[in-house]
Every structure is written in C-alpha cells, then in structure tokens.
Design a protein around this ligand. Sequence first.
Ligand SMILES: *Cc1c(COP(=O)(O)O)cnc(C)c1O
Length: 224
Amino acid sequence: MKVIDKLKSVKENVRIACERSGRNVDEVNIVAVTKYVSNERAQEALEAGLVHLGENRDVGLLEKRDNISQEAVWHFIGTLQSRKVKNIIHKVSYIHSLDRLSVASEINKRADKPVSCFVQVNVSGEESKHGLTPQEVKAFLEDLTKFEKVKVVGLMTMAPHSDDEEMLRSCFRKLKTLQQEIQEMALHNAPCTELSMGMSNDYMIAIEEGSTFIRIGTALVGED
Ligand SMILES: *Cc1c(COP(=O)(O)O)cnc(C)c1O
C-alpha cells in the first residue's frame, strides 16, 4: 500500500482519538519511523506530506538523510551510546531516548545549541526496555540542569507489545502524571511540555492519554 493511503487512515484514527478525548489534532505530531524501509520509501513518506522522520540507529539515520532530496525533521529514537553522539548531534532535531548522564554530558559537550531531548522512561518495568524507572526520573532531571545544551522537551515511553488496552492506557497515564509533576518542578532546562508515546499498535490510546508525538513505523511506511 502507498504511504499516502496509509497516512490517510492513520490521520483518520488520530482524528477519532482526538475527538474522543477532546483534543485538537494539531497537538499530535506524527513521526514516521523509517528504520525498516528503503530510502525510496522514506522519500515517499515526505512526498505524502509527512515532515518528521525517525530512525533508531546512527548509521540508518545518516544513510537516509544523505540520500533523500527533501528536507525532513529528524528524530533519533533508538538507544544512544556516548560514542555515537557525535555522529548524529548536528543532524537531528530531537533525541527521544535520553536515559544516561554520560550521554547527556556528551550531548552538552558536542552541541552548539540546545538540543531537544525526551527522557525515556520504562513505565511498564519490562526487562527488555531501556529507560529510567519512574522513581529515578526527577533526580535525573535535577542532575541534567547542569547541562545547558540539554533541553528536556518531554518524556518518552515504549509500552509493552500487547492487546491489553487497560494496561497500555495505564502506562501512558503514568507517563502523563510524571510529566505534570516535572512541570511543577519548573526546572530552567526542562519545560517538559511534550509526550512521545504511541506506536502502530497503541497510538490511539496514547493520544487519548495525551501524547503529542506518536512514532509510527509499520502502520505508516511498513511494507505489507
Ligand atoms: C520501531 C520503533 C517504533 C515504531 O514501531 P511500529 O510498531 O512499527 O510502529 C517506535 N518507537 C521506537 C522507539 C521504535 O524503535
């Protein structure tokens, strides 16, 4: 299926989820996750009107970015190692996976202007997931205040792959609550106005619970 047709149905679902929760569709940014697909398919996504593209590896991001002729807003969504920061830092607008001070320190050292970061939180407690525990987040954010070039625009989570709607909803709701607590801290470098949550399997629920960036691969660009 063409990206433009998949985008149509994703947008319709976004509209429905916003309507159910009394939100405006303009509050929800769609990040097309292109990690599984070719440069051509990523280009097709931009031609369909998508603006935000996400990749989870430095190599994949650079390969796409160098071979696509159209401008895009790039999001790094994968696990980031300190030694890889220099490869992507001047190429991306957002980093969704900050969960280590060593990486924050490297971002601060290499960046020439504040970088918009999401702090990744492992809300579900699944072993396989990266991110801080919810209990660790506030102290982490206080530590981050010494890094002037790390701007925490929001929190990110990956929910378990599951059909248990109530469990998914509870994950997203916990992230929202944490976001509100962080906003109350009023840290100078952590406006924390955004929530990066929701993937192909669960983005409607994530939107109903307040997501502002949904990261969609399979349902949007994935071949089928
Ligand atoms: C791959 C990936 C996605 C997209 O997953 P889909 O289920 O294909 O929509 C979103 N977020 C992260 C962090 C990913 O690694």
